[in-house]
Design a protein. Structure first.
Length: 551
């Protein structure tokens, strides 16, 4: 084990290892050479001293001992190696880095922006070639070195000349994740312009972070992000939107009751963007008896409640919602399936979770803290030691929206997108010969429509647990799961309600005739009033989900 560790250390510090080996070999050869020549009275000490003076001593080629000749050359190479290291690390690091990037980087990953999100991406892509671009040197730069990222360039991220240094044209993926939405759009625009000016190696997948969800909705339909082209495949993402969706899906067993005959009732503390995302991901669900979910909002600010009602007037069509301003009385009188803490401040969220747990005086229901702050203060409350109970001991769990987003984009996106494309092809129009029409290919649809298909797949985690009481990846397949009759229709109703809720939240409204340019959709109606042809689309989604469970 020690040998393996030492070998890893030597491989990591190969520059220093070679220099030390040359230096030691040179001194040993010099000492042996002087001893052989009998030039020193005190053999070992004087030989070591004379070895230092090898460069100023002159020997005729016939007289020099073989040991001294070897020592001269070894020490010369050690000096040359040290000089080269100094040039590379001090005198011309950027120049040499540019040369290496130019000739050795293809299919690599470029990350524009240096923050907590960058560090998580680097951890996920630890075996890949990565170039990090930043506007200035900041506190995360040293952490990058610890994580093994060797190529870190500072400059104007929207400057095409600077982007060219990162070999954008030969990159496989780029993440634009600065903390400024406007800057992220500018960088993506510059990347697109750069790719159009010359030869490109691959279709570049560009993930662009937009923190303002309403801005993201508008950008979804912009010329820059609407279509995939031969050179660029743009994907907009929002941390609260994706992180909470994926976080709820993977933690669904902690959210819904084990007894599926009980109608879920949730308490949401704090009307923030996180709370809105929780609503948009759960409000469409039904029990298998077709009962709607119940939500209670604990918010002391009446203005926030008023704004929420104006912003989401359609939510009352999907779920029962009650508003309470006295959090303490609420916890004493009501029994909830689970509780969501959606406060913006993480320390306040943890304190609130502990306070509610004490008020309830029971380890149930589960309390989930929705958080996305870089500094994870929750860990302070989770420190184990003595008789102190951790948050998990109290059934208090953390959904880190940032980590969930990165996990979704890096690990789950390819599989979910593959299944989303299969789902998309279910309702593509076909010609008389049964071939798909070309104007509706998956790669040409807008980022918003792609995300719609991906949302449908991610939502299968919720529906699978509601229908079977098991998570999607662990549902029993022997005998195969089969949904028929009322159960199949109930799940199809949930899929239609999910689609409706997503359309409403993205600014669509009902009209007699569909018009995508003005976001008018004639199918934004209750399940009962849909045509049989439209219902078949939802049934197809449930049949696909069934195949996913059984495969």
């Amino acid at each position: 084990m020690h040998y393996i560790v030492n070998m890893k250390y030597l491989r990591k510090h190969w520059w220093e290892t070679i220099f030390v080996c040359l230096l030691i070999s040179g001194f040993i050869s010099g000492i042996v050479g002087f001893i052989e020549a009998n030039e020193t009275k005190h053999k070992l000490v004087d030989s070591l001293y004379e070895t230092f003076r090898l460069f100023e001593r002159k020997y005729h080629s016939k007289d020099i001992p073989s040991g001294l000749r070897a020592a001269q050359w070894l020490l010369f190479f050690a000096f040359l190696w040290l000089s080269l290291k100094i040039i590379i690390t001090i005198i011309a690091p950027n120049f040499l880095s540019d040369i290496r990037i130019r000739f050795s980087f293809r299919k690599h990953i470029v990350i524009c922006g240096l923050n907590e999100t960058t560090l998580l991406l680097v951890s996920e892509y630890k075996d890949k070639k990565i170039i990090v671009l930043a506007e200035e040197y900041n506190k995360y730069a040293e952490t990058l070195k610890i994580k093994g990222v060797k190529f870190f360039l500072c400059g104007d991220l929207s400057d095409e000349v600077f982007l060219r240094k990162a070999r954008i044209k030969t990159a496989n993926q780029v993440y634009v994740i600065t903390d400024n939405d406007k800057k992220n759009v500018e960088i993506t625009r510059s990347i697109s312009a750069l790719l159009k000016k010359g030869h490109y190696a691959y279709t570049l997948k560009c993930y662009t972070l937009i923190k303002d969800r309403e801005l993201k909705i508008l950008l979804d339909e912009s010329a820059l992000f609407k279509y995939r082209t031969e050179i660029l495949d743009p994907v907009l993402f929002n941390i609260n939107e994706i992180g909470i969706k994926y976080g709820l899906s993977t933690n669904i067993d902690k959210i819904l009751p084990e007894n599926r005959n009980v109608t879920p009732s949730f308490l949401i503390v704090g009307l923030t963007e996180k709370a809105e995302a929780v609503f948009l991901n759960l409000a469409h669900c039904l029990t298998m008896k077709r009962e709607v979910f119940r939500f209670t909002i604990a918010e002391e600010d009446p203005e926030k409640i008023c704004l929420f009602k104006k912003k989401y007037p359609y939510l009352t069509e999907f779920a029962k919602i009650e508003y309470m301003d006295n959090r303490n009385e609420l916890c004493k009188k009501n029994r909830f399936t689970s509780i969501f803490i959606c406060l913006d401040n993480q320390v306040e969220a943890a304190k609130t979770a502990l306070s509610i747990r004490c008020l309830i005086a029971d380890n149930l229901p589960n309390i989930l803290i929705i958080s996305g702050e870089p500094e994870n203060w929750i860990e302070i409350f989770n420190e184990e030691g003595g008789k102190i109970l951790t948050l998990k001991d109290r059934n208090i769990f953390l959904i880190d929206t940032l980590e969930e987003t990165i996990r979704y984009l890096v690990k789950s996106d390819p599989e979910i997108e593959r299944l989303a494309e299969i789902t998309h092809n279910h309702w593509r129009e076909k010609d008389e010969l049964g071939n798909y029409t070309k104007n509706d290919e998956y790669n040409t649809i807008s980022g918003h429509l792609k995300q719609t298909n991906c949302n449908q797949i991610a939502d299968n985690y919720l529906r699978t647990f509601i229908a079977t009481g098991q998570k999607l990846g662990t549902a029993k397949r022997n005998p195969p799961v089969i949904f028929s009759g009322e159960d199949r229709e109930t799940l199809a109703m949930m899929e239609h309600r999910r689609w409706m809720l997503e359309k409403y939240s993205n600014g669509w409204h009902h009209g007699d005739k569909r018009n995508d340019d003005f976001k008018i959709q004639n199918n934004l109606v209750p399940w009962e009033t849909l045509t049989e042809k439209e219902k078949e689309k939802d049934f197809a989604a449930i049949d696909l989900m069934t195949n996913m469970i059984n495969s």
